[in-house]
Structure formats: structure tokens, C-alpha cells
Design a binder for this molecule. Structure first.
Ligand code: GDP
Ligand code: MG
Length: 597
């Protein structure tokens, strides 16, 4: 392909502003997919992505477009995820492009991820094409959206393309803008450098690495080398996604495609690594990306101890396609053998759990989400701790530092008060506030990460009736008065229920946690005291009263089917119970921390 006919671009948008719908229209209009084959949101391929309407894994497609100038262009569309948990994947895909379509919902205007994504795109020097979408909606306010783009991001209103992805309006204008405004890739006649911007594991073919050729060319049959590992492999297949895989003999500078080279483990073709020619290697690799960093941790335990090996295997398989997932074996006195897992955020955690259960038929218990803290010990050593159970004895702790984030919240100003109150409760430090237009404001806060992973997002949505949007990035670990809150059932500390929290919130949360646990743990044949304690000192207590009645007693032994039904129902309810000592604890109890104010 002639390099001046190539355009590589991504679509960036706040969630729900129409990125996937627009991608569909582009595929349709360029004939990559016939309207008949068109499933809604073709690029969102994973089941969960469809159900939840989010894009998780990157996916790309090559489109062939005959522009108004008569020439046929090769447009490579690289999809990006649209959730705050996945922003590192956004920068991955952007690094493979020269430009980005910025989609903004005409009825919503700029939202938190709009800002975050534009920030990423500008850092990488991409040409941004603003698209104001959903102009078909009665609530669309194109002027408002344009004004915001100008005021907040300095985007010229004349550059904005008005579109409706749903109705197919403005799609050709967008394609023309891609061709005219986005620069073509550069060719510096240097040795091969191909950026791996995504890779997935195929059971039959091994690793399929998605690549962008930055310099040089790649041919089928050549010996390639991944620069980080130094490993060499023969290129067995090269191709492009249309979006179906289509083999080609060669990929040259500027092109986007995939490579299969009998690579057995995803670690050998890590995202961000550079592929070069083993016989004429490049002097240096391309700048990679920061590796994905786990922000949220929890224990995953099989409800049935026999599933431990199956869980290990499932996590191993999942890790092949999810570089951001981390795990290591963990033993809990309460829950037995399981794994401590690290995730990008709460959504990522939910998705992984859901996939493990659905795709590998496992029944799992997840413990309270936690964040990593830095523990400064009296001997001056610094240890990173990702689980309350791993906290060293109090006597050897000099200080604890917790992760802080910079949070951006955008909201209609009617909710400002309620949101500030929420942030206050969550130990937020107010930084500043700015009006985006007459009715909407941007709030900047510093917030402890732990306060965000414990259900901040849902609370924010509920106090703003769904209108506030939110984005955050890690700033630093900062010294904070953190303590371990133990929960005792029947006098026994349950390690999987312990949490590390701030001293100022410990008492009230301890109390509420006990109340919540009392609701969630079913009655047993005996009385169960629930206690919250700090360093051995009990700060709250509740009691679950004994249940003397047999659940089937009121059937009077008469109706057998009814009795069986009842017992079956009881068994059903037991599915996610884990016996700890003599107490059955349901899954909800481990997530009770998320449910309290
Ligand atoms: P994404 O999260 O950015 O990928 O957004 P989607 O493409 O999934 O769209 C979110 C919702 O907005 C879906 O219900 C779409 O049908 C709807 N939508 C997308 N584009 C338009 C549009 O131009 N007009 C209207 N009315 N709805 C749209
Ligand atoms: Mg989408």
C-alpha cells in the first residue's frame, strides 16, 4: 500500500456517547461489513461487553474507502475501551495512530472521560477530529457542545462535524475528514520496528499479536525478534482484520495488522514491545507504555475447595488474554485456598469474576476489595501490602501510606452541593472548581483510592441522578492514619472480612458493618456474636439470634413436594455460602463494606 493513502485512527469518547455505534456505521459505509451481516456493535465482541455495553478488549478493522478525490484509502480503525478502569488500554491503542475521532454527545456535552481521552491523545501528538454526535435527539444542543469544546479544550467550532451515528448522518463527512485532516504515516527508511498494541491468545494458533508497523516492512517467513525478550520466531502468518482475519504476504510502514509466529505465551509478545527483523535489527525499541498497574485487589476463593486447581487453570487461561490481571496463591484461615488477584478497577474485577464463573463454570467467593498500601516499618524498610492479612504486626509499623488519586467530576451545578458532601465523607480534599458553561461545573478533588473503590461511582451517580461523570488518575502514596479493622464471628477473627481503613472512619464503619453483617448472615441454630475490633479492642457488636425452627416444620410433614421444593430452595441459597468455623457466610457478607454509607 502506498503510504500516503494510509490513515490510522481511533475513536475516543466518554462512555455511551456513541463510539461503538459510529464504528458500526463506518464499517457499514465502507463496505467492510454488509448491512445484512451487521450485528449491532460489531467491534464489541465479548459477551459481557455486549451485555454491559462497554468495550473491554481492543479490536481493530481495516476499511477501504474511496474518497471524493477519487483515490482509495486504507483506513485502520482501532477501537478503544470506554471505561475509566481501562484508560491504560486507551493509550495503547492511541500509540498506534496518527489521529483520533473525538465523539461528544450533543445532549450531554463534555464529560470526564472526554477530558481524560483528549489529554492522552494530545500527549501522543494526535490530530483530533471533533464529532458532535446524536444531533437527532430532541435534547441535542449543538451550540452548547461547541462552546464547551472551545472553552475547555480550545477546539475550533468550525472543525466540529455534526453527526448522528444512529441515523447515519454525517458519516461521509467524517470519512472525508479522516482522509484530509489526519496525516499519513511517516517512512524514515529505517529497519523494522513494529509496535505490539494488543495481543490475544488463540488456543490453536498461539499468540496473535496486533501490530502497527512504525518503520520498515514485515514479510511472511522472515525471522522476527521481540526486542524486550530477545526471542526469535518465524513469521507464520501476517494479515489484516477486515474485521475477519485476512492473511497477506507483507505489511509495510504505516500499516496495521496481526502476526502469528508460534508464540506460546503472551509474555513473549507483551503489549508495548517492539518487533524487529532478527537479521537486521533496529537500534532500539519504540517507546513502550507503562505496564498496566493493578489498583484494586481481592481474594477469589472457590466455594467448593475441590475447584481450587480448576480456578488456577482458569486464571492462567484468562491471564493469556488479559495482561492487566494479576494473581498469586493466597491462603485464608476462613476461606481456605484461593488467589489474591489484582485488577485495574472495580469493573475489571467484576468482569473477571463473571467470566471465570461463566466460561469456566466455577463458583467463587470474592472478598472485600482493597488497595495496595505502603507500609514503612520501624526498621525503615518499605513494604507494599495488598491484603489486610499481610499487614505486619502494629509494633513494627512506623507509618502507612495510602494511594491518592486526582479526581475530576463533571456535573450540572444543581448537584454540586451533594457531590461535595459525598467527597467530604470520603475524605476528599477539594482542589478547585470551574464552570464549563452556565449550568455545568468541573470539580477537582484529591481522594484516597480506597474511598473510590468502595462504591464511590454508584454513590456519585445516585446523588447526581446519573448526571455526574467521573475520572481519576493515581498521584502518589501519602502518609495516612490507616488501621486494620478486624471482624470477629463467634469470637473468631475472620481474616477475609478484615479491612484496612482510616482511623477517623473506623468506628462508624465498624458499627455499620456489624449491622449489615447481621442482616446478611442467615440465622443458625445457635447465637452468633458479630464484633468489630481494632487491635484487639472491640468497638462494635451485634448478635444474630438463634433460629430454633426447622424451615420445613411448618409444612407439618404433609406435602412432600412442597417440602422438597423448600429444601431445594434452601440448597440454592446455600450455593454461595462458605462455612467459616461453624458459621455459614454468604458472598454478600464479603462485599458488605461496599454497601454501607
Ligand atoms: P459507546 O459507549 O460510546 O460505545 O456508545 P454506544 O455506541 O454503545 O451508544 C450508546 C447509546 O447511544 C446506544 O443506545 C446507542 O444506540 C445510542 N446512540 C449512539 N449514537 C446515537 C445517535 O447518533 N443518536 C441517538 N439518538 N442515539 C445514539
Ligand atoms: Mg462501546
Amino acid at each position: 500500500m502506498q503510504i500516503d493513502l494510509i490513515r490510522n485512527f481511533s475513536i475516543i469518547a466518554h462512555i455511551d456517547h456513541g463510539k461503538s455505534t459510529l464504528a458500526d456505521r463506518l464499517l457499514e459505509l465502507t463496505g467492510a461489513v454488509s448491512a445484512r451481516d451487521m450485528r449491532a456493535q460489531l467491534l464489541d465482541s465479548m459477551d459481557i461487553e455486549r451485555e454491559r455495553g462497554i468495550t473491554i478488549k481492543l479490536n481493530n478493522a481495516r476499511l477501504s474507502y474511496q474518497a471524493l478525490d477519487g483515490k482509495v484509502y486504507e483506513l485502520n480503525l482501532i477501537d478503544t475501551p470506554g471505561h475509566v478502569d481501562f484508560s491504560y488500554e486507551v493509550s495503547r491503542s492511541l500509540a498506534a495512530c496518527e489521529g483520533a475521532l473525538l465523539v461528544v454527545d450533543a445532549s450531554q456535552g463534555i464529560e470526564a472521560q472526554t477530558l481524560a481521552n483528549v489529554g492522552l491523545a494530545r500527549e501522543l501528538g494526535l490530530q483530533i477530529i471533533p464529532v458532535i454526535n446524536k444531533i437527532d435527539l430532541p435534547a441535542a444542543d449543538v451550540n452548547m457542545a461547541q462552546e464547551e469544546l472551545l472553552d475547555v479544550l480550545g477546539i475550533d467550532p468550525d472543525e466540529c462535524i455534526l453527526a448522528s451515528a444512529k441515523e447515519g448522518l454525517g458519516i461521509q463527512d467524517i470519512l472525508e475528514a479522516i482522509v484530509r485532516r489526519i496525516p499519513c504515516p511517516q517512512n524514515n527508511n529505517k529497519p523494522l520496528q513494529a509496535l505490539i498494541f494488543d495481543s490475544y491468545f488463540d488456543e490453536y494458533r498461539g499468540v496473535v499479536a496486533q501490530i502497527r508497523i512504525k518503520e520498515g516492512r514485515m514479510r511472511k517467513g522472515m525471522k522476527m525478534q521481540t526486542m524486550q525478550t530477545g526471542q526469535e520466531h518465524e513469521v507464520l502468518e501476517l494479515g489484516v482484520k477486515t474485521p475477519a482475519l485476512k492473511p497477506v504476504d507483507e505489511l509495510s510502514t504505516g500499516e496495521v495488522g496481526y502476526v502469528i509466529a508460534n508464540i506460546k505465551a503472551i509474555e513473549d509478545a507483551t503489549v508495548g514491545d517492539t518487533i524487529t527483523d532478527a537479521s537486521a535489527p533496529a537500534a532500539e525499541p519504540l517507546p513502550g507504555y507503562k505496564p498496566a498497574k493493578s489498583m484494586v485487589f481481592c481474594g477469589l476463593f472457590p466455594v467448593d475447595g475441590e475447584q481450587f486447581e480448576a480456578l488456577r487453570e482458569a486464571l492462567g487461561k484468562m491471564k493469556l488474554n488479559d495482561a492487566a490481571l494479576q494473581y498469586e496463591p493466597e491462603t485464608s484461615t476462613a476461606l481456605g485456598f484461593g488467589f489474591r488477584c489484582g485488577f485495574l478497577g472495580l469493573l475489571h474485577m467484576e468482569i473477571v469474576q463473571e467470566r471465570l464463573e461463566r466460561e469456566y463454570d466455577l463458583n467463587l467467593l470474592a472478598t472485600t476489595p482493597a488497595v495496595e498500601v505502603e507500609v514503612v516499618k520501624t526498621n525503615r524498610e518499605i513494604e507494599l501490602i495488598d491484603s489486610p492479612a499481610k499487614l505486619p504486626p502494629v509494633s513494627s509499623i512506623e507509618a502507612i501510606r495510602e494511594p491518592l488519586v486526582k479526581a475530576v467530576i463533571i456535573t450540572p451545578n444543581t448537584y454540586t452541593g451533594a457531590i461535595m458532601e459525598l467527597c467530604q465523607k470520603r475524605r476528599g480534599i477539594f482542589r478547585d472548581m470551574e464552570y464549563l458553561d452556565k449550568t455545568r461545573v468541573r470539580l477537582n478533588y484529591e481522594l484516597p483510592l480506597i474511598e473510590i473503590v468502595t462504591d464511590f461511582f454508584n454513590k456519585l451517580k445516585s446523588v447526581s441522578q446519573g448526571y455526574a461523570s467521573f475520572d481519576y488518575e493515581f498521584i502518589e502514596f501519602r502518609e495516612s492514619d490507616m488501621i486494620k479493622l478486624d471482624i470477629l464471628l463467634n469470637g473468631e477473627p475472620v481474616d477475609a472480612l478484615a479491612v484496612i481503613i482510616h482511623r477517623s472512619t473506623a468506628e462508624s464503619r465498624g458499627r455499620k458493618l456489624c449491622e449489615k453483617l447481621k442482616e446478611l448472615i442467615p440465622r443458625h441454630m445457635f447465637e452468633i456474636p458479630i464484633q468489630a475490633a481494632i487491635g484487639g479492642k472491640v468497638i462494635a457488636r451485634e448478635t444474630i439470634r438463634a433460629n430454633r425452627k426447622d424451615v420445613t416444620a411448618k409444612c407439618y410433614g404433609g406435602d412432600v413436594t412442597r417440602k422438597r421444593k423448600l429444601l431445594e430452595k434452601q440448597k440454592e441459597g446455600k450455593k454461595r455460602l462458605k462455612s467459616v468455623g461453624s458459621v455459614d457466610i454468604p458472598q454478600e457478607a464479603f462485599l458488605a463494606m461496599l454497601k454501607i454509607e
